[in-house]
Design a protein around this ligand. Sequence first.
Ligand SMILES: Nc1ncnc2c1ncn2[C@@H]1O[C@H](COP(=O)(O)OP(=O)(O)O)[C@@H](O)[C@H]1O
Ligand SMILES: [Mg+2]
Length: 426
Amino acid sequence: MTDVSTQFELMVISGSASLQETLATLDSVALISVPTTARALSLLDGDWLPGAVYVEDTLRGTLDDVWAIVRAAMRRQVRVVVNLQGRGAGRASEFQAAGATVIDARTPDAVADQVSKALGTRRRAHSEAIMVAVTAVKGGVGKTLLTAMLAEGLRQRGVSVLVIDNDISNSGIRPTFRIPSTAPTYTGLLGDGLGMAAWTPERLRSCIYQHRESGLDFLLGPEEMVEAIHDLDSKNFYAFLHAVRQLSGYQVLLFDTSPEIVRRPAPYIVGREGGWLVLPAPPSRKERTGVLNLLRALRHNPGDDLTGRTLLVGMEPERGVVSSLSTALPLFAREAPSARLLGTLVHDPRTVSLADAGEQGYRSPLTVVPHGRFARSVHDIVDALAHEIGLTTPLAKPRSTLLDRLFRARPVAPAGVAMDGRKVAA
Ligand SMILES: Nc1ncnc2c1ncn2[C@@H]1O[C@H](COP(=O)(O)OP(=O)(O)O)[C@@H](O)[C@H]1O
Ligand SMILES: [Mg+2]
C-alpha cells in the first residue's frame, strides 16, 4: 500500500454518475472519467498516464476488455484496481496474479471505501461544498445563462456540481437544460404535509435529477409557476440549505436564485452562511440601477457586509447599445469597493440560439461553438471564479471541449501540467 500525499489522477472507467460522485469524496484524488474501454486503452497507450486506474467487470463488453485494461496498465506500471461483480466474480486470483488489486464492492459507497484503502488515501467525511448563488433583482439579465455556463465550465474541469434551481417562480434552468417535466422537484416535498421535516438530506437526495448530457446534478423547482404552498420562505430556505449542505460528493453548490429577493432572500442567506454571490452586471441604466441597489443592500446587510463575498460579471450589451461597461463598472466599484470583477460575458445570441434551436435534445453553447469568443469568455470567468472562491479544479481550462478531448484520436493530457506541478507531455 502506497501512501498518497500529493494529489494524483485516478482514471475511472465506469458509466455510473453516482459512482463518480461518491469517488469525488476521496482525498487528494482527481477523477478522470473515461466512458469507454477503447478510450481508456488509447490513453494508457499515450504520453500522459494516470496515477491509478479503476475498472469494473460490469461494463458492457466482455471480460476481455477488463483484461486488456489490466494488461495495458501493468505494462505502463500504473496501479489498477478491479471491482469484480459480474463476469469476473470468482476469478479474483487470476487478476491478482496479473498484478491488479481486486476489490469486491457492490455500492458506490463501498467502492469508494475500498478504493481509498487500496490507494492509501482517505475519504472526506462529507463535502465542505462551496456555495455560490447567482443573483440579481431583475429578471432577464442573464442569471440563468450565467448559472448554466458556470456549472458547465466547472464540470468540464472535473468539479462535481449540484445546481439548485431556486428561481421557483419562473424556472429558467429546466428549459435551458431541456429537463423533462417528469424530473422530480424538491418543492414537491412541501406538498407532502411534512412541514420543515421535509428538509432532510435523504429526502433531498431522492429528488436529485442527474443530467447525463452535461454530467451535472440538479435540485429542481416546479415546472409551472409555483403555488404559494410550494414557496420557500426564509425559514424553509435555511432548513433546506442545511440539508443540501449535508449531501456528500459535491464540491460546489450553485444556486440560480429568484429576483424577488425580498420574499425569497436566498442570496442573503447563502452569503451569511459563508457562500459567494455572483452578480450579472449589465451596463444599461435600468439594469445597472438594479445592480447598484443590490450592491447597496448587500453592503448594509445587518452585521456583515456581504460585498466582500460578491463577484461581478460584466454582461456585454447587445450590439447597438451605447451604454458601456467601461462607464458602469466604476460605478459598481464605487458602490462596493470590496466586490470583485470576474470578467465580462460576451453577448452572443447566435451561439446561444444555435444551442437552443437544436432538435436533437440538449446542446451546450460551450460545445456548439467551443472556440468562439463566447466560450472563451465563459472559461475565463470560470477560472476567475475558481481562483476567487479558492477551488482547486482537477482539470485545467479545456483547450477544447471535454467531448473533443475524450474522443479525439490522439490522447492528450487532461491538463498541460499534472496536479503535482510536473509537466506532462501533451
Ligand atoms: N451573454 C449573452 N449572450 C446571448 N444571450 C444572452 C446573454 N445573456 C443573456 N442572454 C439571453 O437573454 C435572455 C435572458 O437571460 P436569462 O439567463 O434567462 O436571464 P434571467 O435568468 O436573469 O431571467 C435569455 O434568452 C438568454 O439566452
Ligand atoms: Mg432565470
